[in-house]
Design a protein around this ligand. Sequence first.
Ligand code: ATP
Ligand SMILES: CCCCCCCCCCCCC/C=C/[C@@H](O)[C@H](CO)NC(C)=O
Ligand code: CA
Length: 471
Amino acid sequence: MVAKQHTKPDPHAFTVCYVRRSAHHRWLCCDITFSCPNQGLRQQWIQAISENLALLSHRPRCLLVYINPHGGRHLAKWIYDRKVAPLFCRAGISTDVIITERANHARDHLRAQHGDLKKYDGVVCVGGDGMVNEILHGLVSRTQTDHRVDQNQPDAHLVPCSLRIGIIPAGSTDCICYTTMGTNDPVTSALHIIVGDSQPMDVCSVHNNNTFLKYSVSLLGYGFYGDVLTDSEKKRWMGPLRYDLAGVKTFLSHNYYEGSIWFVPAQETQGQPRDQEQCLAGCHVCQQGSYSEKKKLKHLSEDEKFIKGSGSEWCVVRGKFLAVNAATVSCACPRSPRGLSPSAHLADGTADLILVRKCSRFGFFRHLLRHTNADDQFDHPFVEVHRVRRFLFQPKNQEVSDSTEDLSDSEMEKRVKTNAFRPICHASDDITAQSNWTCDGEILPHAAIQAAVSVMNSTTNARQKERQREK
Ligand SMILES: Nc1ncnc2c1ncn2[C@@H]1O[C@H](COP(=O)(O)OP(=O)(O)OP(=O)(O)O)[C@@H](O)[C@H]1O
Ligand SMILES: CCCCCCCCCCCCC/C=C/[C@@H](O)[C@H](CO)NC(C)=O
Ligand SMILES: [Ca+2]
């Protein structure tokens, strides 16, 4: 990792810090000490190692760090100070640290930055999924504003951000960190950041009525998870335990919700939600997915891109659902080590849409239990899963009129684009109960949404930045 002078006991020794892989995807920082016959040779070694390290331009040198002291067990600052800052210091990384004072502090701060972000090689989030979402929001929004991309357009093509986001887990679920690294260990995260690792991620943009609501990188959940998160928000003081209590309460209430889900199946991707493949670094499905998507869209106009890019056919499923979940990635976390959709991919431009129809409490319990073990949670007659590029959900009282079933795909596309769906019932109609969506653990107070997935890759050209820095 870095060579450092060694003073005691051997004056001609020097120590190199390096990363060692350990069990369960954990990384450790280890030291190895070399002894030299004389001071001159020792200096030559230190200089050679330092010069070689300096050539690794993908490694960050300057980071902007946001710490949420309010998330998880309120340990974010302690975790950063004790476990992460010393490693950054050893690696010669300089940092600007901001401890957030309110929700959306980091998002607003990032949105307000113009040229000021240029000096950073990345942004580090010390917190949970909600905090990652905030930072993602700030960076993606900043980038779209800079490039005059209208985020309110559900079919807008997002411009990739120039900065990477590093995640130091200090929240309650830490699903985004666990899913991308396979562990929620702060030291492992810090070491991934130090060696300059990066991983493109799918980002799902969520709209309501042609108004942009949020981006999601883990779970968009309506029904069960929406209700769990809504209830758990009132119990924030309990820390991570709040999810367990709210989970049991929501499970017992056994609420179901009526509505329609329209979706575009991802026909051209290589993977399937039940193919038992696991997305790992260098995943061929993600590489193929982003390559074929780019190739396909290269010569098309913006309108054609929307229609072709979204696949060929809209499908619809109607009914009463206990849960409607869109997992952009597997959503693995310590509670569910394989995740809500174990074969979902990190950067294939798709989400797995999991529809859990109304069933018995016992059936639903078995389905939930399978999130925690190796059994197939989709192997139930009341569960279906589709790999999709985009979808929209209409709750019962805002359902799309049946006549839309006869629409051609391009007419359907046009309507989605112009949001030409209107409630088909009147004020006097029976309004069916509605849930909320949870988006990376935060509540969206909307039931009707449109969602589309795109791959977000950081465009940081480290070598270019290097040259800029030298100038
Ligand atoms: N200083 C602060 N005071 C209050 N809320 C904050 C502050 N800073 C950030 N937040 C908000 O706290 C919310 C939750 O934080 P975070 O995601 O870090 O923890 P968590 O919800 O416990 O963990 P997880 O999302 O992994 O379940 C975030 O949505 C963020 O907007
Ligand atoms: C009766 C047995 C019940 C076991 C149920 C286990 C289910 C665990 C599923 C965890 C959800 C993982 C998805 C992660 C979502 C995050 O976005 C969010 C915010 O951190 N966290 C939660 C808990 O919704
Ligand atoms: Ca995906």
